[in-house]
Each structure stands twice: as C-alpha cells, then as structure tokens.
Design a protein. Sequence first.
Length: 188
Amino acid sequence: MTDLFIHSLIAGGVTNIEITLDSERALEKINNLKEMYGNQVVIGAGTVLNEKQAKEAIIAGVDFIFAPILDRKTIEVTKEKGKIMIPGAFTPTEIYQGYSWGADIIKVFPANILGSQFIKDIKSPLGEIPVMPTGGISLNNIKSFFEAGSAAAGVGGSLVKKDLIEQEKWEEIIKLAGDFQEISKPVI
C-alpha cells in the first residue's frame, strides 16, 4: 500500500487499517504507519496464524490482531499484551469458543458464504458476542450485516481496488471510503 492510498482512505473517513502479514515487508509497513499516523488511525495485523506472528506484530506496533482461524495461544498472547484480538470463526461453536478464550470480537469469515441471515440467526443465542463479518463485504450488502446485528464489518477488495490504486485515482478512493463510512453508520 502506498502512502497516498493510505492517506486517501483516512481522508475518506477510514480509521482502522489492516496490513496482512503475508504482504511484502508487512511488519515494516505497520511500524511506518504507526510512526506516520500515531493515534490518528488504528493499525492492525491480519492473517496472523500463531502466537509468534502475533508477538512480532505487537512489537511492530499494532493495535489489533486479525486471524483467519481460531488459535487459543494467539488469543492469549494478544490479550496479555493489551491488544484487541479478532480471530476468525465459521460456526456457532467456534464463535462461542473464541469469545470464551478472551477474544474481543469474532470475525465471521467468509461472510459472503454465510450471508447476513447467518449473523441474525446466531445473534439470538449468542447475542452477547460481538461479531464482525469479513470476506465479500461490499457497498451492496454491508448495511444488511449491520441490520442483522454485526458490531463492525471488515472490507477488503471492494475498498482496496487495485485498478484505482494503479491509476492513482485518489479522489475516487476518498469517495469510495466515504461511501463505506456513510453506509456503515449504526442502524437505529
């Protein structure tokens, strides 16, 4: 991600940015973003698969850890270091287990497979557990996930549009980020 892209996201109202650990020089990028933006944005590491990666990301300066899987040791080390932990889950049992191990929010992944009805259905028996759908979230479906009871939503490819970045269409990225922020306001 370029500095201009990150600046465009922030200008559009994005306040939480995830750098996936499987991207090139991820820990360096995390450290640089924390130095550049300080407390202006919340920076997290994504695709964290184990406690070693979580520790490395925390040393680099992350505020939160995103995991595509449920791993107890990763949750524990993240919470011991006072960081926000958001592991991935697919089933009600996994959602409950992750929360009981100390996760702050459970990432329901991949949301495009499960849909917003799944969120609505699990909120009845698991209502106290904050969930965050990721995977396939777009301007067309994000509102339905909030209406179903999601605490947040993770947006990837429909916001991080490679063609707009390659063409340096920063104003379009600012507008797109603003559109996501506007539609993501809590449903009352």
